[in-house]
Design a protein around this ligand. Structure first.
Ligand SMILES: Nc1nc2c(ncn2[C@@H]2O[C@@H]3COP(=O)(O)O[C@H]4[C@@H](O)[C@H](n5cnc6c(=O)[nH]c(N)nc65)O[C@@H]4COP(=O)(O)O[C@H]3[C@H]2O)c(=O)[nH]1
Length: 584
């Protein structure tokens, strides 16, 4: 009886609570998303407590009594043993990470290990240290970490290295070059007139264009070279081991060629090019900042040399660069204090022998340097965006002058003026012209706007739209510097132009260079076939004049008749102009 009571007592007061506790424990373990193991100091699996069988490297029954060295990849097993040894000494160990191949995927686990305190009731056979190992699945976290790391180092648009990563990689490459006495080259690549593409076709298309550019650059370089995007349309290529300058020029030529091939993006045909500056280690700098800066200056020099070319850094450019920065600051002031003036160069009709036009050309009356030629500041104005206010001033001044000439009896003289790529692509250009056109009552008077061939051909669809709107106001349009740009006749036919201006490069050697003569003759014939008038620029000699007359060129402009001159001188010139000695 006592025996029964004692059994009942043990059952209800000892075994039952233990059972309940075990039940509770098992429910708690089910709820833990991690894997729990009990291992001995040799890494032998004593217990596996998890319901996440799919995260085990092998079936539970295959793992039990095996050691981690037998069950896991070598590297992971080493880490587990290390964590156990650490916990054996300190009592616990945290933060070790292992990667395991499970079902052909890589899973990351973070280990937390606690040394077990032996107690006698259940673990009579307990020999040596035992450990509870909690193995947390951190695969997702690792994925995010990798993504964040990539975001920090990779330019998300192009997949190339970003500025931060470029600097790190360049510093590392420099250390290596210093140690091994190697030469390196840094190339600074800037797309020509990217802003126009972005402004006119929108940012999405601009992005696609940059992606394509990045692809083309990547295809030109070796795997061991560093390629990245600094931001915007600026790319960097670092040649980490070059034998001679030839390597860099060869690659620069290759990149120039590839980036100037036509782009077809979302049905738009885009023509572009790039300018490249090159600096060398050790000659042009011994740290990443100096090398990048030198390459940047050389790139800027390439821009001023007409774009679509490459230049090596030279110390003289530092002076150039300082001058440019100073000039840009002074240009701001020049706009505010009205330091600009328009000069006018006469154009002579070969049929009437009269002055039939005047090209308005800007001059800068610099307070210290005197008259500065547009050649020295237009490109800076374009780069800095100052061309927009300057260009507006030119339009306003030329329109005003044209209206005054009419009032002063100087009629029949077409006023030609230049507009730049930036202007053509500025949103308010047409409205601005229209308002001034009405303000100065120029309806019915001859006004002509000149755009260079490359301006019109860069994004021709947009150029056609804007030029059509200008043309609709009754303004004539001319293609300037014809022959120096893309010469796409198919597009030329679609432009609403009335005049072609042959660049003075072709006129200069017209008597001695058969090619130039042939190009000029063909251009005149082509223009006439398209019902366009032809202006020859840069006519300096009677022989050139004769040649052009023989070819039926319509209008001549050049020093032979008159240099660009102030308004006062032009009025005098016009007054004095009758039939002169130079005429045949
Ligand atoms: N050697 C020689 N040169 C001759 C002869 N005849 C004319 N020229 C020069 O050739 C240039 C013709 O202008 P462009 O091709 O439009 O080239 C212009 C044009 O692209 C730009 N420019 C001038 N004014 C403006 C302006 O108001 N706006 C814009 N966007 N660009 C302008 O600056 C360029 C240079 O202008 P300029 O220095 O005035 O130089 C002028 C003129 O002085 C000649 O017989 N021999």
């Amino acid at each position: 009886m006592i025996g029964i009571i004692a059994t009942h007592y043990i059952s209800s007061f000892i075994i039952k609570p233990i059972k309940e506790l075990a039940n509770d424990m098992s429910t708690t373990l089910q709820a833990i998303p991690d894997l729990l193991f009990e291992l001995d100091i040799n890494g032998k699996y004593i217990q596996i407590m998890t319901n996440k069988e799919e995260l085990l490297i092998d079936a539970r029954k295959n793992l039990l009594n095996k050691t981690v060295t037998e069950a896991l990849p070598k590297e992971a097993a080493k880490i587990v043993i290390k964590a156990l040894q650490e916990a054996d000494i300190k009592g616990d160990s945290y933060g070790h990470e292992i990667v395991l191949p499970i079902e052909q995927q890589s899973f990351w686990f973070e280990l937390s290990v606690a040394k077990k305190k032996p107690f006698n009731v259940t673990q009579k056979n307990f020999t040596g240290s035992r450990f509870i190992v909690l193995s947390r699945d951190i695969t997702q976290r690792k994925k995010y970490e990798k993504e964040i790391n990539e975001l920090a180092h990779i330019d998300t648009l192009t997949g190339l290295a970003n500025r931060y990563s470029l600097e790190i990689q360049l510093e590392q490459a420099l250390l290596c070059a210093k140690r091994n006495h190697k030469k390196m080259a840094v190339m600074f690549i800037d797309m020509d007139k990217f802003k126009d593409i972005n402004d006119t076709l929108g940012h999405n298309l601009g992005d696609s264009f940059l992606k394509e550019t990045a692809k083309r650059i990547s295809r030109c370089v070796r795997k061991s070279d560093i390629t990245g995007r600094l931001g915007g349309d600026e790319f960097i290529v670092v040649l980490t081991d070059i034998k001679s300058n030839f390597n860099a020029s060869y690659l620069a030529n290759k990149i120039l060629k590839k980036l100037s091939l036509p782009y077809e993006i979302d049905g738009h045909h885009i023509f572009s090019s790039c300018s490249i500056g090159i600096s060398y280690y050790p000659g042009d700098g011994n740290n990443s900042e100096k090398l990048m800066k030198s390459a940047d200056m050389a790139m800027y020099h390439a821009k001023t040399e007409g774009r679509n070319n490459f230049q090596f850094f030279s110390s003289l450019m530092t002076v150039d660069n300082e001058r440019r920065i100073k000039l840009e600051a002074e240009l701001h002031l020049a706009i505010e204090t009205n330091q600009f003036e328009l000069y006018y160069q006469p154009q002579i009709s070969t049929t009437t022998q009269e002055i039939c036009g005047a090209e308005a050309l800007i001059r800068w009356n610099h307070p210290e340097q005197g008259l500065i030629s547009p050649v020295d500041f237009i490109s800076i104005a374009e780069e800095s965006g100052l061309i927009l206010p300057i260009g507006k001033w030119v339009i306003q001044q030329a329109f005003k002058q044209k209206s005054l000439w009419e009032k002063q009896g100087i009629s029949g003289v077409k006023m030609s003026l230049n507009i730049s790529a930036h202007q053509l692509h500025s949103a308010d250009l047409v409205i601005f012209i229209q308002e001034l056109f009405e303000k100065y009552q120029l309806q019915g008077f001859n006004i002509e706007i000149e755009v260079t061939e490359s301006v019109a051909m860069n994004n021709p669809q947009y150029a056609i739209k804007i030029l059509n709107a200008i043309r609709a106001l009754g303004i004539d349009l001319a293609i300037d510097d014809f022959g120096t740009g893309y010469s796409s006749l198919a597009y030329l036919k679609r432009l609403p132009i009335q005049t072609l201006k042959i660049d003075r490069e072709f006129i200069r050697d017209i008597e001695t260079d058969a090619n130039d003569a042939a190009i000029s003759s063909a251009t005149i014939a082509l223009a006439h076939a398209l019902d366009l008038k032809v202006v020859a620029e840069g006519v300096e000699t009677l022989q050139q004049q004769q040649f052009l007359k023989n070819e039926n060129c319509d209008i001549l402009q050049g020093y032979l008749y008159g240099k660009p001159m102030s308004n006062k001188d032009f009025i005098q010139f016009h007054h004095d102009f009758k039939h002169r000695e130079w005429q045949d």
